[in-house]
Write a protein that binds this ligand. Structure first.
Ligand SMILES: *Cc1c(COP(=O)(O)O)cnc(C)c1O
Length: 427
């Protein structure tokens, strides 16, 4: 059917009401309640993605991702509106500058379809909260005036939903900034609306290399022949593809489903990049799993399948901590002579440390000297600065104050005065 392959038609015929959806699946009472709830997070499902749902199985992993249920309406104690504290790291609307050398640029609030566990449901899906020309100007201006930014990650919302000319204009202007080395797009369009990945779109994108793309696939059922064609077009255009999956109860919280997914991704030239622990966001409570589930999944992948297929499991830390990798323990013990490691099979071996190590000398290393002069990461050097001896300690908030209560007391002072630490300086 010709119109089925037309992405405009797909977008214009998205399903969102009880009436429309009940024509394609047998809605359960809990789904009807979720769909009928006032103020719930937006529902919109492309006919293509809806066609992948099992009409008779409410546990269908495709269906769970896009059809709301009554469970979505139930708040849970730890939930937050902005669980990653992105607003606090926003110098201008839509830009999140958390890490020293890269920014997240939210270019739209719209998506092809809406994931029920959306981490940005506070702003995504609202047709009245769009970014304006003025917002884009401010975002690009900030990037152009911040030379430490070498990597710009376009997200949203879904950047591939923007009018092509607008997206091209944004990419061209970012590419023109000399210190921006890398452009990245985060998109679920290849999965929700593979028809959008036209040869024309891909020709446009390939002008802006190095351009990387992360797609978002959670279950092997999403990798249909249509999606495989879309991914092949992107890969053939030289766009390195990664996948960011979210660990979701009832969708992919199974080591064997995940193994099938990551193998299928790699066959499609997509490198599993991150596996996210589900964020503490309203509506996502029933999708959350214990962290142990993610560790068990990584345990079942590492060593058991291609290293290329093993994503980094991360918790995007609440309150703006950013992504923190979580791994099973492979380093069991250590002495100056040996480290004791175990493999995926439980085989334990001793790795002999070198008897003579000619240490790397930072004072004669150009890269280290440059790093020491560079103010780029001031306040963000972290444990790496402790290891270099540039800082003596990292103190929690209020530490200095608490320890000033006893003016005469002697306590093991860190090598660097507390005051300068709290200003974020290390020197
Ligand atoms: C995820 C994220 C990035 C990119 O992180 P990488 O680990 O480099 O992929 C950048 N900025 C923000 C705010 C993010 O959440």
């Amino acid at each position: 059917m010709e119109e089925w392959d037309d992405w405009h038609w797909q977008l214009a015929h998205r399903l969102n009401t009880i009436e429309e959806l009940s024509q394609v699946i047998h809605l359960t009472p809990a789904e009807v309640e979720g769909l009928a709830a006032p103020h719930r997070f937006r529902v919109d499902i492309t006919p293509y993605f809806a066609s992948l749902m099992d009409p008779d199985d409410p546990k269908c992993p495709i269906r769970r991702q896009v059809i709301p249920t009554a469970q979505e309406l139930v708040p849970f104690p730890a939930e937050m509106t902005d669980s990653l504290a992105e607003e606090a790291d926003s110098p201008v609307p839509g830009l999140v500058h958390r890490y020293p050398d890269r920014v997240l640029m939210l270019v739209t609030t719209q998506c092809a379809s809406y994931c029920r566990y959306c981490t940005r449901s506070r702003l995504v899906g609202d047709p009245n909260a769009q970014f304006s020309r003025k917002d884009y100007e401010a975002q690009i201006d900030y990037i152009a005036h911040t030379p430490s930014i070498r990597d710009v990650l376009l997200s949203g919302g879904d950047p591939l939903i923007l009018p092509q000319r607008l997206l091209e204009d944004l990419l061209r202007r970012l590419r023109a900034i000399p210190h921006v080395e890398l452009l990245r797009i985060g998109s679920r369009v290849p999965v929700f609306l593979p028809q959008r990945i036209t040869p024309d779109l891909v020709e446009m994108l390939r002008q802006f290399h190095p351009l990387w793309m992360n797609v978002h696939v959670n279950h092997p059922k999403e990798l249909t022949p249509e999606v495989e064609v879309a991914l092949a077009r992107l890969a053939d255009a030289g766009i390195p593809l990664g996948c960011q999956s979210v660990l979701l109860a009832g969708v992919n919280d199974c080591p064997n489903v995940m193994k099938e997914l990551v193998r299928k991704l790699v066959r499609n030239r997509v490198r599993p990049y991150y596996l996210y622990q589900c964020d503490l966001v309203h509506g996502a409570g029933h999708f959350r799993t214990p962290v142990s589930v993610g560790i068990q999944i990584i345990e079942s992948l590492r060593g058991h399948t291609s290293g290329l297929a093993v994503p980094t499991y991360v918790i995007d830390a609440p309150h703006g901590g950013g992504k923190i990798p979580i791994l099973p323990n492979y380093l069991l013990s250590q002495s100056p002579d040996y480290v004791v490691v175990r493999n995926y099979e439980g085989f334990i071996s001793a790795y002999a440390q070198p008897e003579h190590y000619e240490r790397h000398d930072p004072s004669t290393c150009a890269a280290c000297r440059k790093q020491a002069l560079d103010a780029r990461e001031a306040g963000q050097e972290g444990v790496a600065a402790l290891l270099r001896g540039e800082r003596g300690a990292i103190a929690p908030e209020g530490f200095a104050l608490a320890h000033r209560r006893f003016p005469g007391a002697v306590w093991p002072a860190p090598s660097i005065p507390i005051e300068s630490m709290e200003r974020g300086g290390g020197e």
